[in-house]
Design a protein around this ligand. Sequence first.
Ligand code: FAD
Length: 268
Amino acid sequence: MHIIVCIKQVPDSSEVQTDPKTGNLIRDSAKTKMNPYDLYPLEEALKLKESRGATVSVISMGPLQALSTLQEAYALGADRAFLLSDRAFAGADVLATSYTLALGIESLAPYDLILCGKQTTDGDTAQVGASIAQWLNLPSVCYVNRLEVMSDGFLVEADYDQFVQEVKLKAPALLTIDKEANTPRLPSYLLKKKNADKKIEILTLDDLLKIKTNRLKDEQNYFGSTGSATQVERMFQPVEEKANLVFKDQGKELAKVAFQALRDRNLL
Ligand SMILES: Cc1cc2nc3c(=O)[nH]c(=O)nc-3n(C[C@H](O)[C@H](O)[C@H](O)COP(=O)(O)OP(=O)(O)OC[C@H]3O[C@@H](n4cnc5c(N)ncnc54)[C@H](O)[C@@H]3O)c2cc1C
């Protein structure tokens, strides 16, 4: 079984600076780490590797600094690592990110299972997994907290807060894995040492354009900011208003004024 896990590098602090003109995150200004939600799909893949002998590939799209995050995945037990990196991929929204990842994944075919985190801690849209599935025309389920391998596919349980759904999917399929699925392991010192020089393959725009997809014309226009359907207009910190209200009335009159004050602030 070949499992591909999508892993994103995210800023390690909430003190990330943004470019006031473009609204883009200044990623160089922050320390980075593996998106914490991506530890869960990786753990799920590693468990399957141990129980069924799968090969686990990890893939990321981002600048070269994301290599350190893929190295972390090696220290956790991944077998192969790929970074999609090219200036043409910069400024990608969900549409362009998922397209780039879909082509990267396609270049690693054949595969049986693609696993993503349920969301990231920076973009936080929780849309990339399902969008990759759309591009690859694969069945998908999000927020999976239990995964079972069947003879021809997978049986999964997904928790949508209001209800729990059990779904059967044919392989190959894409799942986004929720935090309840497992407890991620810690990196192994031995694996870290053993894999310190292990190769991470870097794929550029040219590499992806060589893949015979037959899907889109003018394919080079589907990457990065050119291929993005959305653009950040403005990024700003909301102004916190903390004015204290003092009510001097009493009894019914106080209740009336307090009720109106809550209603005016849409707190009821
Ligand atoms: C309003 C807004 C403003 C934004 N501003 C900026 C900006 O200024 N600069 C900027 O760089 N980005 C910006 N983005 C983020 C950019 O759109 C996302 O980085 C990208 O689309 C991925 O979406 P996400 O982080 O929400 O992933 P989600 O959909 O939350 O991620 C789900 C899962 O998909 C996988 N995944 C997602 N991204 C990757 C990746 N790159 N590589 C591998 N796996 C991945 C992971 O498994 C992850 O757990 C912005 C997004 C929004 C909505």
